[in-house]
Write a new protein. Structure first.
Length: 107
């Protein structure tokens, strides 16, 4: 997979991961928690694997961040319109994920 396609794919994975982290905090369906937590583990493993395939420049990280936030806003609105959270919280989660995944991929 080329780097541009990897950026889009990684952005999608990290967006799904951020959505799941928000859902764990704010779900009104406690019976879904185990499933959400299992998916978080699967997404993080996939993200680490994909992130490890490339060296990421600062501009790549910015492009990934933009992709994550765009996908996040679109998908959370489309699939979970009833979930209430602040966008600042979502952005914090995205920043933490970028740091965790891209730092882990360098190890």
């Amino acid at each position: 997979m080329g780097k541009n396609k990897a950026i889009k794919s990684l952005g999608n994975i990290l967006s799904n991961l951020a959505i799941h982290k928000i859902l764990v905090r704010y779900t009104n369906k406690p019976e879904s928690l185990h499933h959400l937590e299992s998916e978080i583990i699967a997404y993080i493993d996939t993200a680490w694997e994909q992130a490890g395939e490339f060296n990421w420049s600062d501009s790549d990280v910015e492009e990934i961040r933009s992709e994550v936030l765009t996908d996040f806003k679109r998908d959370i609105k489309r699939y979970y319109p009833d979930v209430r959270f602040t966008m600042e919280e979502a952005e914090t989660i995205v920043e933490e994920l970028l740091e965790e995944v891209l730092r882990k991929s360098e190890d």
